[in-house]
Ligand binder design. Structure first.
Ligand SMILES: Cc1cc2nc3c(=O)[nH]c(=O)nc-3n(C[C@H](O)[C@H](O)[C@H](O)COP(=O)(O)OP(=O)(O)OC[C@H]3O[C@@H](n4cnc5c(N)ncnc54)[C@H](O)[C@@H]3O)c2cc1C
Length: 410
């Protein structure tokens, strides 16, 4: 039998672990499924100096603090690779490669991203033999030797500075003309101040060569077309990322052309109700730890609100045996306050014949939209989960309208 959770979070990087902190604080039973254990990409870097309040720290330290925080609040973390999901119904099903099956009332997708390959000859053959996408794991490749770093983003520049502490020389290959880099200025200043780093401008890698191990990198200058050869013991590639969303293909989640999840920027909700997305796997502008954490916080609070609203709709509107008079009101709309007051009097006069349900559309516009209401005030009568009538204007004869639309007693 599948374990059922309020909230299942797929991915245990900064986005997933922050979502777990928030989910647990909302008192949702919260499970994080993380392939390879928690930490994500952030745990693979030695140098983090832009997470507010953490000063200069290492990725593994910061991520173990995220993990401890989530667990201390009651979230459960398990290792596993999610390979299949059924996210369309009210109860979502999540399956891992090892065969575990979990059910959830809400899901947050935080599978992050993985390094993009350069796509040049020799890269695949020499991966793990001097070709690397992670400086922390593979620093040994170039300790006391020569390394090439490809890329010019924050990550590329920070990792080049880290590698320069161990390598004899680091050559950074930048695709842009001299003086232009995508990395932030502070990181660029540190790069240029590091004596054993040289930048080769306006140049791309065409091929990685070596007999069983990386021995040299073939370069081409984009301005002159001139080709050259650079001896190297290791090549570290940081040319962006691709989202790890393959397991979502065909699951009804809208993805963009590059596979990033499209989610509402205000609530992180995806194209499927009750399914949210956070972090690097989401289509967004800035992919960093702080933005992944922010997404995770928003997604978990939106998931908690979604679940609370779903419960309210089922408990107060869809489940009761008696007819239900639903008033859609807002504290900002005077007429709706008047309609609500009238509805309360009518329900009191009708005794136990009808129940009253109040939907505050200022707080819960999603619930109203879900029930087909786009403006306040509005009034609906439901019976056994079915809407019998809707009133959106002329509330002067509300009592007559209510009694006129009550279900006929069998
Ligand atoms: C080398 C490097 C250095 C960086 N340096 C910095 C820095 O200094 N400052 C900064 O702010 N940012 C930095 N970043 C970026 C930062 O790490 C990311 O923006 C951040 O980790 C994104 O978090 P995330 O939770 O969205 O995804 P990720 O960190 O990618 O985590 C995703 C998690 O989901 C898991 N997962 C994926 N698919 C599945 C699946 N099918 N089933 C189960 N689990 C799955 C993964 O195993 C992983 O645990 C760096 C990145 C790299 C690679």
């Amino acid at each position: 039998m599948a374990e059922r959770w309020d909230l299942v979070i797929i991915g245990g990087g900064p986005a997933g672990l922050t979502a777990a902190v928030y989910g647990a604080r909302y008192r949702l039973s919260t499970l994080v499924i993380a392939q390879g254990g928690p930490g994500g990409q952030a745990a693979t870097t030695e140098e983090i100096e832009n997470y507010p309040g953490a000063g200069r720290t290492t990725g593994s330290k910061l991520m173990s603090e995220f993990r401890d925080h989530a667990e201390s609040l009651g979230a459960r973390l398990v290792c596993g690779e999610v390979c299949a999901v059924d996210l369309e119904g009210p109860i979502k099903t999540i399956r891992t490669k090892k065969g575990e099956v979990y059910e959830a009332r809400a899901v947050i997708l935080c599978p992050g991203a993985e390094p993009r390959r350069l796509g040049v000859k020799g890269e695949g053959r020499l991966h793990g033999r001097g070709v690397s996408y992670c400086a922390t794991s593979d620093v040994d490749i170039c300790t006391g030797r020569d390394a090439v770093v490809v890329g010019n983003s924050d990550t590329a520049v920070e990792e080049a500075i880290y590698l320069a502490r161990f390598a004899r020389k680091v050559t950074l290959i930048c695709i842009h003309p001299e003086g232009i880099m995508d990395a932030n200025k502070a990181s660029q200043e540190r790069l240029f101040a590091t004596p054993n780093i040289e930048v080769v401008w306006q140049t791309v890698v065409e091929e990685i060569q070596g007999d069983g191990r990386v021995e040299r990198v073939m370069l081409r200058h984009l301005g002159t077309g001139e080709r050259s050869e650079l001896p190297a013991d290791g090549i570290f590639i940081f040319v962006g990322t691709t989202p790890r969303t393959d397991f979502l293909r065909g699951a009804g989640i809208d993805l963009d052309g590059r596979g990033y999840i499209i989610a509402d920027p205000d609530t992180m909700e995806t194209s499927l109700p009750g399914v949210f997305a956070a972090g690097d796997a989401r289509r967004k502008w800035l992919r960093q730890i702080v933005t992944a954490a922010a997404d995770g916080a928003i997604a978990a609070s939106a998931a908690a609100k979604f679940l609370a609203e779903e419960e309210q709709v089922h408990r107060e509107i869809l489940s009761p045996e008696e007819p239900v008079l639903v008033v859609f009101w807002s504290p900002l709309n005077q007429l709706s306050l008047h309609v609500l007051q009238e509805a309360e009097k009518i329900v009191a006069r009708l005794g136990g014949q009808v129940r009253l349900a109040r939907i505050d559309c200022y707080k819960s516009s999603r619930t109203a939209t879900r029930l087909g209401i786009f403006d306040v005030p509005a009034v609906q009568i439901f019976h056994r989960g079915i809407p019998l009538a809707t009133l959106t204007e002329d509330f002067n004869h509300l009592e007559d309208w209510v009694t006129g639309h009550m279900p006929v007693k069998a």
